[in-house]
Design a protein around this ligand. Structure first.
Ligand code: TXA
Ligand code: MG
Length: 343
C-alpha cells in the first residue's frame, strides 16, 4: 500500500467540505459518529470499498455498514424497507442502531462481503450527517481501527492506527456512546440481535414485540462455522495484554488479583476501586452502577493498557443485560473468551 500523508482536520464547515470532496473522489476519511469513529468511503464505489479493506487489513468477507443521513434515501440501499424496519427506523434513527435488509442493486457486493443483504444506519452525530449530506452519497464505514484492535473513540486513536493509510481524519471530539451500534437482522422469522449496543434488547422488544439475541453473543465462533454476522468470527478489540474477566464480586476480584500480582499485571476496574487494589496499577472503565459510562470508557481503557505496557490484565465483570450486554460482548472478545470464576 502507498503511504499517504493523512490530514487531521478540525471540525468546521470548510473542513467538512474538504472531507466530502475526498469521499466524492473515491478517497477515505475517518469520521466521528456517536458510537465510534468510522472509516468512510463512497458506498456506491467498489474501489473505495477495496481501499477500506486494505487500509484496515480487514477480511474481505466481513461486510461494511452503509450510513445515510435521511430516511428518504433508503431506496438507494434496499428495495424492501418493510413495515417492521420502518417502525424501528422511526423509533431509533438517527441513532446507534443498524438494520440488515435485502441489498439494493446500487450497493456493490464488495460492500456486503458477497451477501444479498446490506447493513444500514443513520448516525446521531451532527458532523457525520453534515459530511454525508455534503458528499451527496451514502457512506460505507466500518470502525476506523486496524482490524483486530479496539475501536477508536477519538480522532487520535484513528490517527494512531491508520495514519499513512487514509486521506484524512475529521476530529469531532470523543464519541459519546463508545461502543458500536446494535445490529439486528430480519433474515429469520423473529428479528435477531447480532451485535448488542446502546439500543438494548428490551428497547427493541418494546418497539417490535418478539426479538431474540443471537446465541453467539458471548461465545467464540470457530472460523469454519457460518456465522449470522461474519464479524462474529474474527478476533476483535484485542490489546497486546492477555486479559481475563474475573467473575465474582469486588472482594473476590481483589483477593484474586492481589494473589496473582506480579510485574506487568494491571487491573481493569471500575472507577473508585483503584485505591483498595493498591499496589496493583489500575485502569478504570466507568462506574459499576452506570453501564453507559462503562461503554463510553471501555475502548479507551483497552488502548491505555497497551500504552502502559500491561502484559496480564484482570478485568471486573460487567452485567450481561441492558447496555452492559454490549460492554460484556466487547470485553469478552478482548479477553479471548477467558473468564475466571472465583465465586
Ligand atoms: O457503530 C457502528 O456500527 C460503527 C460506526 C462507524 O457506524 N461501525 C461499525 O462497523 O462498527 P464494523 O464494520 O466495525 O461492524 C459491522 C458489523 C460487523 O460485525 C459485520 O459483520 C456486520 O456488522 N454486518 C455488516 N453487514 C452485514 C450483513 N449484511 N449481514 C450480517 N452482518 C453484517
Ligand atoms: Mg469494527
Amino acid at each position: 500500500m502507498d503511504t499517504k500523508s493523512t490530514k487531521l482536520l478540525s471540525c468546521n464547515d470548510e473542513n467538512i467540505k474538504i472531507a466530502a470532496d475526498i469521499l466524492k473522489n473515491g478517497g477515505l476519511c475517518g469520521i466521528p459518529t456517536e458510537t465510534v469513529y468510522g472509516l468512510a468511503g463512497n458506498a456506491f464505489d467498489k474501489s473505495a470499498a477495496g481501499k477500506i479493506f486494505a487500509a484496515k487489513g480487514r477480511p474481505q468477507d466481513n461486510p461494511l455498514i452503509v450510513h445515510i443521513a435521511d430516511i428518504a434515501d433508503i431506496g438507494q440501499i434496499t428495495d424492501n424497507f418493510h413495515p417492521t424496519a420502518q417502525k424501528l427506523a422511526e423509533k431509533f434513527w438517527p441513532g446507534p442502531f443498524t438494520m440488515i435488509l435485502p441489498k439494493g442493486d446500487k450497493i456493490p457486493y464488495e460492500i456486503t462481503g458477497g451477501l444479498d443483504t446490506v447493513a444500514v444506519r443513520i448516525p446521531a452525530h451532527e458532523t457525520a450527517l453534515k459530511i454525508i449530506r455534503a458528499a451527496g452519497i451514502p457512506l460505507s464505514a466500518p470502525s476506523a481501527n486496524l482490524s483486530g484492535s479496539p475501536s477508536p473513540t477519538t480522532a487520535q486513536h484513528v490517527m494512531r492506527d491508520l495514519s499513512g493509510r487514509i486521506d484524512a481524519v475529521l476530529d469531532g471530539g470523543v464519541c459519546e456512546v463508545g461502543v458500536e451500534s446494535t445490529v439486528i437482522t430480519f433474515v429469520g422469522e423473529t428479528p435477531k440481535i447480532l451485535r448488542p449496543g446502546a439500543i438494548t434488547e428490551q428497547m427493541l422488544k418494546d418497539a417490535a414485540g418478539d426479538v431474540i439475541v443471537d446465541e453467539n453473543i458471548f461465545r467464540h465462533v470457530e472460523n469454519n462455522v457460518k456465522a449470522a454476522s461474519p464479524g462474529m468470527k474474527y478476533k476483535h478489540y484485542s490489546p497486546l495484554a492477555d486479559i481475563a474477566i474475573i467473575s465474582g464480586d469486588f472482594n473476590c476480584f481483589k483477593k484474586y488479583a492481589l494473589s496473582h500480582f506480579e510485574k506487568g499485571v494491571f487491573a481493569l476496574c471500575f472507577e473508585g476501586e483503584e485505591e483498595s487494589l493498591s499496589p496493583i496499577p489500575c485502569v478504570s472503565f466507568g462506574k459499576e452502577s452506570d453501564a453507559y459510562s462503562q461503554a463510553s470508557a471501555l475502548f479507551s481503557a483497552l488502548r491505555e493498557l497497551d500504552a502502559k505496557k500491561a502484559t496480564r490484565v484482570y478485568a471486573r465483570e460487567p452485567l450481561k443485560s441492558g447496555v452492559s450486554m454490549a460492554v460484556y460482548n466487547r470485553l469478552i472478545r478482548a479477553a479471548g473468551f477467558e473468564v475466571i470464576d472465583v465465586e
